[in-house]
Design a binder for this molecule. Structure first.
Ligand SMILES: NC(=O)c1ccc[n+]([C@@H]2O[C@H](COP(=O)([O-])OP(=O)(O)OC[C@H]3O[C@@H](n4cnc5c(N)ncnc54)[C@H](O)[C@@H]3O)[C@@H](O)[C@H]2O)c1
Length: 283
């Protein structure tokens, strides 16, 4: 059992807090916005109630998980006694650096500082700290209580013992870790984006329809979902910004965003959230 402080109570933070408390850890969830904490509490209660209805949890397990999360608006108070701090605040390097910079002086010698960043270099997040060896990436996937993967991202300075403790924590959460050295896009985004962008280039070149390209991967390669449908779910704007970031940081034409992606985003066709992307979602 660990004492885990989760910073940021948005989509990911509340999911991580829920999964950690369900696994029996003692969790403090912090956000600077009190409304986000109230929203997180309501969402966690709803998701755990759904788990009981579907027979995934017993009422006693739900009650234990609910009792295992404290909601704390004060930053310093939230950090007292933490073995692990997992940050899931906005995807901005300066915000994450500032947060860990302030946290470092308030936590114990052995506290691990983990970031759920989906794209920022762990080595840069750790860069200005007195002890960068305690920083590591824990990249969860959305929705956290359903997706089993956690990418454990090892920064240039991350110590072997921090890596081992993080892998142990991931396994107590019932998740499957993969270990990736700090590199743009880690493993999941870098590979996933190349498949998605190539599928878009195939649509552009009239090779096949989005539906047929997706079915080829679903039936031929046993992907649960084709790359274009997945792009619609993630959001075309999100995929475009990842592609732009990767093509800035890595050599290779394969990361260059195709014209069709830029055009659809400019037209406001962002995928499921806007009603249309490579598919129409409003029918
Ligand atoms: N949404 C996803 O599918 C997904 C998947 C994997 C990783 N991530 C990463 O997880 C992180 C969080 O993403 P999200 O989708 O949960 O964001 P979100 O916008 O839903 O939540 C972010 C929360 O952080 C809070 N916050 C911002 N600055 C803060 C600060 N200084 N201190 C305390 N709280 C602060 C905000 O009030 C907000 O409640 C990002 O780094 C993102 O890249 C997101």
């Amino acid at each position: 059992m660990n004492r885990i402080t989760v910073l940021g109570a948005g989509t990911m933070g509340r999911g991580i807090a829920q999964v950690a408390a369900t696994a029996g850890h003692s969790v403090v969830l912090h956000d600077l916005d009190p409304a986000a904490l109230d929203g997180a509490r309501a969402k966690i209660e709803k998701t755990l109630a759904g788990g009981v209805e579907r027979g995934k949890l017993t009422p006693a397990e739900r009650d234990r998980a609910l009792a295992g999360i404290a909601y704390e608006a004060d930053f310093a108070t939230s950090l007292a006694h933490a073995d692990f701090v997992i940050e899931a605040v906005v995807e901005k390097l300066e915000v994450k650096k500032d947060l860990f910079g302030r946290a470092e002086g308030m936590v114990g010698e052995d506290t691990v500082l983990a970031s759920n960043t989906s794209s920022l270099p762990i080595t840069k997040i750790a860069g200005d700290l007195a002890r960068p060896e305690r920083v590591i990436g824990m990249h969860f996937f959305n929705p956290v209580h359903i997706m089993s993967l956690v990418e454990v991202v090892v920064g240039r300075e991350t110590s072997p013992s921090v890596k081992e403790r993080t892998l142990e924590l991931v396994s107590t959460l019932g998740k499957e870790p993969v270990v990736v050295n700090d590199a743009p896009g880690f493993a999941s985004s870098r590979l996933g984006i190349v498949l998605g962008l190539e599928a878009m280039r195939m649509v552009e070149q009239g090779v096949a329809s989005p539906r047929d390209i997706d079915r080829a991967m679903e039936l031929g390669y046993r992907h649960p979902m084709g790359p274009l449908r997945l792009t619609d779910l993630v959001g075309l704007d999100v995929r475009l910004s990842i592609a732009e970031a990767l093509s800035r940081e890595l050599d290779g034409d394969q990361y260059r965003p195709p014209e069709i992606l830029r055009r659809l985003v400019a037209e406001g066709k962002l995928g499921k959230k806007s009603g249309e992307g490579f598919y129409r979602w409003d029918e």
